[in-house]
Design a protein around this ligand. Structure first.
Ligand code: GDP
Ligand code: CO
Length: 390
């Protein structure tokens, strides 16, 4: 892939937020291109891919769609599937294990699949000081919670980077493109605390009978504009730099992943940005606190990919919950003024008939844990997890 480096970035304390960058060529096959673009030669591409673990969270998605995603994740990257799928009446998880096993054995790739509700996590996480992840007998349901398990496994594998790709992607070619954007973007940033987030040219939802290609996701349009409004009023300079507040497709360095606070459920993607902006901008400028990612600071790159992002239609209740959880992150953060809180509640009522105060996110921190120890203990106890091809 060839990327055109963004011509503009904005600075918030020690966060460098780059504008959306363009994919000049989808598959450069090791050709470096002109001096105005950034691309990796073949060896560097394979090297970046092998250092990047790809985490796929899944909860009862169409098996055929999940399989397309598994087949699309580039072979050089270790694949980590974190499933919260049902075990009864149909054992969906066992089908997912079989897909991962089959494809991994055929292709010879390293793959790990674990279940989020596996009892083997319970004592291990409690002992490691991550008891908040549990809801009594199991790890809580929630996309964020699943992603945290993925981060721990990626770290145990020794990965330098971790990328996330949703399992309800109908276009396997889009999955390949996201992975290429992660490898190329992270290499271009070449920085200890770095993140690449995908922005979509068009977003669609199946079923196809009324399919339209939307320029913006239905929730992200609001999250982006609220986050931009917050930044504009704090800095007193208007900005529209944030275009990927809800992007499920994103990647970051493990150094960053283990330092930032994580949120549960659908608050997770918004929290990544809000936490970094709180810790390395607002708290630094207004409270004199040090940014935990200093002196390097955080670099955030946004890449606009070319494949349409088409994923499963989950109904308006799902959208309302997502919007509330996501906007709740901003609402309960130090970025929100009273005016902004009023605006968030108005947005939720107007667009989602959501009348309550948005929920406070559940926050987890990983900086005190030893992921290697947690995951090796978990794998030795688990009867559900599979580690294929090591
Ligand atoms: P949307 O794309 O933002 O509307 O959200 P989705 O409902 O599609 O969820 C994004 C991804 O996370 C999909 O691949 C889901 O299967 C997966 N997912 C949702 N909830 C959970 C969960 O509780 N645990 C795990 N491991 N994955 C989840
Ligand atoms: Co989806």
């Amino acid at each position: 892939m060839l990327l055109r480096p963004p011509s503009k970035f904005e600075v918030f304390g020690s966060v460098r937020f780059y504008d959306v960058c363009e994919v000049v060529s989808l598959s450069s096959m090791g050709v470096r291109g002109s001096s105005d673009v950034f691309g990796l030669d073949r060896d560097s591409l394979v090297d970046m891919a092998s250092k990047t673990a790809i985490v796929v969270p899944v909860k009862n998605e169409d098996l055929w769609v999940f399989e397309g995603v598994v087949r699309a994740v580039p072979l050089a990257s270790p694949l980590i599937v974190v499933s919260a799928s049902s075990r009864e009446p149909v054992d969906v998880y066992s089908h997912e294990v079989e897909v991962v096993k089959l494809i991994s054995r055929l292709s010879g790739r390293r793959a790990i699949i674990v279940h989020q509700r596996d009892k083997a996590w319970v004592d291990v996480l409690a002992k490691a000081g991550l008891g908040d992840l549990l809801d009594g007998g199991n790890v809580r349901y929630g996309k964020g919670e699943g992603m945290i398990l993925g981060v721990l496994i990626a770290s145990w594998l020794g990965a330098r980077y971790v990328g996330f790709i949703d399992s309800d992607n109908y276009v396997p070619g889009a999955v390949v493109e996201y992975a290429m954007a992660y490898y190329t973007g992270l290499a271009m940033l070449n920085s200890r605390y770095s993140m690449v987030r995908i922005s979509w040219p068009y977003k669609g939802k199946l079923p196809t009978d009324d399919m339209i290609f939307r320029r913006k996701g239905r929730v992200s349009i609001h999250t982006n504009s609220i986050l931009n409004a917050a930044l504009s009023s704090i800095r007193r300079v208007e900005t529209d730099i944030v275009k990927t507040a809800n992007s499920g497709e994103h990647a970051m360095s493990l150094d960053l992943a283990l330092k930032i606070p994580w949120a549960g459920g659908f608050a997770v993607e918004t929290e990544e940005l809000v936490a970094v902006l709180e810790q390395c901008y607002v708290d630094v400028e207004f409270k004199g606190e040090p940014c935990p990612m200093a002196p390097e600071g955080v670099r955030i790159l946004q890449v606009e990919t070319r494949n349409p992002h088409i994923h499963a239609e989950k109904g308006s209740e799902h959208l309302a919950r997502m919007a509330a959880e996501s906007l709740g992150v901003i609402y309960h953060s130090s970025l929100a003024s009273n005016d902004l809180k009023v605006r968030i509640r108005a947005t939720l009522i107007e667009n989602y008939h959501y009348e309550e105060e948005p929920p406070q996110p559940r926050i987890y921190t990983l900086n005190h844990v030893d992921p290697g120890k947690i995951v090796s203990e978990y794998l030795s106890l688990s009867e559900m997890a599979m580690d294929i091809g090591y």
